[in-house]
Design a binder for this molecule. Structure first.
Ligand code: AP5
Ligand code: ZN
Length: 215
């Protein structure tokens, strides 16, 4: 089964993708994570896109399409979860071509709906494990009192450079301007499923499980 998780910054795409990986053996393909990895390993491309990401703007289509293309040649037996990709109509068309060439079907595009107020609250309270990337939240999913990551036991946590009010405002603008047209695009293709992303993590996971069982 191959799905896209579509939604604004902070909708919970990464949280649910990691859960689908551990529950169902699916493979998370997050262009945000790939770009952050490129930055921290100091590749030329990573350094080039760093300022764009920190400002909350979208990186150019050719870069993210190239990143996804590399990953599609790997093992996909568990199925792919596209997290944060596609984000523009050009990326959606490119993904459609890439999948068709490999004979991979797209089973569902899950739109996670969360209002702006909740997005801001979630993002400004987010931290991630520096070792394994597990996502925490000061309010809804605090780091355990022993200071150790529940997944890997590491004790170092970080906050993203783009999780500040100004970058977030730009990320939301980019979402509504360039990414939200994909809702109509996938609706027209008959693959769009919209869920309420406002519930707690278990409730949202159950809504996604329902979509997957209907797909
Ligand atoms: P990216 O890393 O994709 O960021 P994003 O889309 O802004 O999404 P986030 O990672 O911020 O949010 P999320 O939906 O994964 O939420 P999470 O699960 O963490 O992209 C970053 C940048 O890279 C972009 O701005 C752009 O520059 C570039 N980029 C990436 N892909 C690109 C592309 N395709 N094209 C061009 N540029 C690209 O949850 C958020 C918080 O809420 C956490 O604290 C979590 O614990 C909490 N939470 C999650 N679910 C719930 C819940 N149900 N209830 C309560 N709290 C919850
Ligand atoms: Zn960890």
């Amino acid at each position: 089964m191959n799905i896209i998780l579509l939604g604004p910054p902070g909708a919970g795409k990464g949280t649910q993708a990691r859960r689908l990986e551990s529950d169902r053996g699916m493979i998370q393909l997050s262009t945000g994570d790939m770009l952050r990895e490129a930055r921290s390993s100091g590749t030329e491309m990573g350094l080039r896109v760093a300022a764009i990401m920190d400002a909350g703007e979208l990186v150019t289509d050719d870069i993210v399409i190239g990143l996804i293309e590399e990953k599609l040649s790997g093992d996909n037996r568990g199925g792919f979860i596209f997290d944060g990709f596609p984000r523009t109509l050009a990326q959606a068309d490119a993904l459609s071509d890439l999948l068709a060439r490999r004979g991979i079907d797209l089973d569902a595009v899950i739109e996670m709906r969360v209002d702006d107020e909740a997005l801001v609250e979630r993002i400004t309270a987010r931290s991630t494990c520096a070792n394994c990337g597990e996502v925490y939240n000061d309010i809804t999913r605090p780091i355990p009192s022993d200071g150790k990551c529940v997944v890997c036991g590491a004790t170092e946590f970080k906050r993203r450079a783009d999780d500040n009010a100004e970058s977030l405002r730009m990320r939301l603008m980019e979402y509504y301007k360039k990414t939200s047209p994909l809702i109509g695009y996938y609706h027209a293709k008959g693959t769009l499923r919209s869920i309420d992303g406002l519930g707690d993590v278990d409730t949202v996971a159950a809504a996604i499980a329902q979509v997957l069982s209907d797909a």
